[in-house]
Design a protein around this ligand. Structure first.
Ligand code: NG6
Ligand code: CA
Length: 519
C-alpha cells in the first residue's frame, strides 16, 4: 500500500476546506424535517390488567407488550376521565374535561364538542409542519346540530386540526353505523339517504323491541333501538344501507386505513401525527371469525386479542417502511374496563381468573382508580430506553409535552410538559391531577387520592361497578393501598384538609373555562 505523506494530506485538507467554504453552493443541503412522527394508539375501555406486560391479568397481549416492554411503561398513567368523550376531549385539547359542561358521553347526533377556535394538539403539530390524521373512533360530536348525513358534515375533525379523517361518528353501539371520511359518509347511495334520530324511531323500521327475532346479539340494558347487522344499537337510523359498516371487519378496516396513511405519509418530507383510535374492547364486541373463541374468555377477550394483532400488524408496517426509529408511539386507553356494558356477551361468565382492572377498585364510569388508571406506554425505538416509570402522567399532558418536543411554544393551563418523563429520562411526573368520572371529580396528589362525598349508588347495578359514591369523604394512600380498601379520611384529618384545599384550588370556579386561542 502506498504510504501517504502526512504533510501533503494536511495541505490537501486545508485546500479542500477553503474550496468548500468559498464556493457559492450551500454548505449543506437542507435536511428533511427531523421531527419524529407521532402515533397515539388509543383503545376503548381497555383496562390496566388487560395488557399482559402490566402483569395484572391473565390475557396475553404480545404486541402491546412489545411496546410496553420496549418503552416506558407507566404504572401511574391516567386517562382524564372514566368515560370516552371527556378523555378524548382532554387528550386533544390539553384541557380538563370538567371545564367543559358538555364533555359528557355524547349521542351520535351531538354537535362538535371542540370549539374550532380552540387550541388542539393536531393544530399545534400542523403549525410546526406535521401532516395530521385521525383513524377510528371519534365520539366528539360532528356538525352544529341537526346534521344532514347526506351532505358534507362540518365542522368535524378536519376543522379542529386533522388533515385527514376516517372515523366512526360516536361508538360502535351508536348510530349512525357508517364510516365518515373527511366529512363524507363512505359508500353512501344518494338514493337511499341516511336519517338519524336519538328520540324516536322512523315509521316501519325494526327495533330490538318490535323485532327481537332479528337479533343475533341480545341487549342487556339500553341498546334496544335500531338493529344493524343483527345487533341492536343506541339511537334510530333509517336508510344508508350500502354505507353500513360490517362489525366483524371493523378492526381490519381501520388497520388498513392506518397502514395506508403511514405508507403514504411516512416517506414524505413532512412528519406525521396519527391518532389511531381502535374501537376494541368497547361493546358490541364483534371479533372477526379469525379471533372468535381464541381467548377462551368470550368476545371481550377475543377482541382484545384482535386489537393486539392489529397493533402488531401496524408496527410491522412502520418497520417495513423504515419508520419505527423515527416514530414516537403512545399506547393507552380512554377509560377503564367494564364487563357487561349492555349486551349479553359472556364477558362476565367467561372471565375466569382474568382481572381487567388489575389491582384497582372500580372500573369504567368509576371515581375509584380502575376508572382512569389505564395502561400508558411511550415507545420510541432507539430513543427511549425500556423501563418502568412510577411518574404520575396523564393524557392531558401529551399536548404540552409534545409541543415542547417539536419546538412549539403552545401550551394550555392544564397540560404539563412531562416530556422528560415520557422519554424515560426522569421519574418526575405531575404533582396533582383532578380526575373525572361521570361529571364527578376527585383529586390525586402524590401517593394520595381524595374523593369528595357524592350522592348516587355505591354500585351501578347494570354494569356491576363500584362507582366511588359515598356520603363521606374518602382518602386513600395508593402506595400502601392500591385497592382502596382503607379509608383514612377520619384518621388523617390533616391530610384530608390539605387535599380538599388543593382540590378546590385547582378546580376553582368551573364556569371559567380557560381556552388558549391560536395566534
Ligand atoms: C353508555 C352505554 C354504554 C356505552 C357508554 C359509552 C347504555 C345503557 N350504556 O351510555 O354501552 O356505550 O355509554 O362508552 O346505553 S364510552 O366508552 O364511549 O364512554
Ligand atoms: Ca371508552
Amino acid at each position: 500500500m502506498k504510504k501517504t505523506n502526512p504533510f501533503a494530506w494536511l495541505l490537501c485538507s486545508i485546500a479542500a476546506f477553503f474550496i468548500l467554504s468559498c464556493s457559492q453552493a450551500p454548505v449543506q443541503e437542507e435536511k428533511p424535517d427531523q421531527k419524529p412522527n407521532i402515533v397515539f394508539i388509543y383503545l376503548d375501555d381497555l383496562g390496566y390488567g388487560d395488557v399482559s406486560a402490566y402483569q395484572a391479568g391473565t390475557l396475553q397481549t404480545p404486541n402491546m407488550d412489545r411496546l410496553a416492554n420496549g418503552g416506558v411503561r407507566f404504572t401511574n398513567g391516567y386517562a382524564s376521565s372514566a368515560t370516552c368523550t371527556p378523555s378524548r376531549y382532554a387528550i386533544l385539547t390539553g384541557t380538563y374535561p370538567w371545564r367543559n359542561q358538555n364533555a359528557k358521553i355524547l349521542p351520535g347526533t351531538a354537535p362538535l364538542l371542540i370549539d374550532t377556535t380552540q387550541l388542539t394538539l393536531p393544530k399545534l403539530l400542523k403549525e410546526v409542519g406535521y401532516h395530521t390524521a385521525v383513524v377510528g373512533k371519534w365520539h366528539l360530536g360532528l356538525g352544529l346540530g341537526n346534521v344532514d348525513w347526506n351532505q358534507e358534515i362540518s365542522p368535524g375533525p378536519n376543522q379542529v386540526g386533522f388533515d385527514y379523517s376516517h372515523i366512526m361518528a360516536a361508538t360502535q353501539d351508536r348510530v349512525p353505523t357508517v364510516y365518515i371520511e373527511n366529512g363524507n359518509v363512505v359508500n353512501l347511495d344518494p338514493n337511499d339517504p341516511i336519517q338519524v334520530d336519538y328520540d324516536q324511531n322512523f315509521e316501519g323500521e325494526p327495533t330490538a323491541l318490535t323485532n327481537p327475532e332479528l337479533l343475533t346479539m341480545k341487549w342487556h340494558h339500553g341498546h334496544n333501538n335500531s338493529i344493524v347487522n343483527g345487533i341492536p344499537r343506541i339511537g334510530f337510523m333509517k336508510g344508508g344501507h350500502s354505507a353500513k359498516w360490517s362489525d366483524v371487519d371493523m378492526a381490519d378496516h381501520f388497520l388498513a386505513k392506518a397502514q395506508a396513511y403511514v405508507r403514504e405519509k411516512g416517506n414524505s418530507d413532512k412528519p406525521f401525527f396519527l391518532f389511531y383510535a381502535l374501537q376494541q374492547p368497547h361493546v358490541p364486541r364483534t371479533p372477526h371469525p379469525r379471533f372468535a373463541g381464541k381467548s377462551g374468555m368470550g368476545p371481550r377477550g377475543d377482541v382484545i386479542l384482535e386489537a393486539d394483532w392489529v397493533i402488531g400488524e401496524f408496527l410491522k408496517t412502520l418497520e417495513d417502511e423504515g419508520l419505527l426509529e423515527n416514530t414516537l408511539i403512545f399506547l393507552s386507553s380512554d377509560n377503564g374496563p367494564v364487563l357487561n356494558d349492555g349486551y349479553f356477551d359472556d364477558a362476565v361468565e367467561k372471565l375466569g381468573d382474568h382481572t381487567p382492572a388489575g389491582p384497582f377498585r372500580g372500573g369504567k364510569y368509576s371515581l375509584f382508580e380502575a376508572g382512569t388508571r389505564v395502561p400508558f406506554v411511550a415507545y420510541w425505538k432507539g430513543k427511549i430506553q425500556p423501563g418502568v416509570s412510577t411518574a404520575l402522567v396523564t393524557q392531558i399532558d401529551l399536548l404540552s409535552s409534545l409541543a415542547a418536543l417539536v419546538g412549539s411554544d403552545k401550551k394550555t393551563l392544564d397540560s404539563q410538559n412531562l416530556m422528560n418523563a415520557f422519554l424515560g429520562n426522569s421519574q418526575q411526573g405531575r404533582d396533582a391531577f383532578v380526575l373525572e368520572a361521570y361529571t364527578k371529580t376527585a383529586l390525586r396528589s402524590g401517593d394520595w387520592v381524595m374523593i369528595p362525598p357524592y350522592p348516587g349508588p355505591a354500585i351501578e347495578k347494570n354494569v356491576n361497578i363500584e362507582m366511588g359514591n359515598s356520603p363521606e369523604y374518602q382518602l386513600y394512600n395508593l402506595r400502601e393501598d392500591p385497592g382502596q380498601q382503607n379509608n383514612l379520611a377520619e384518621s388523617n384529618p390533616d391530610k384530608l384538609q390539605e387535599m380538599i384545599s388543593l382540590f378546590e384550588n385547582i378546580r376553582g370556579d368551573n364556569s371559567k373555562i380557560e381556552q388558549v386561542e391560536l395566534k
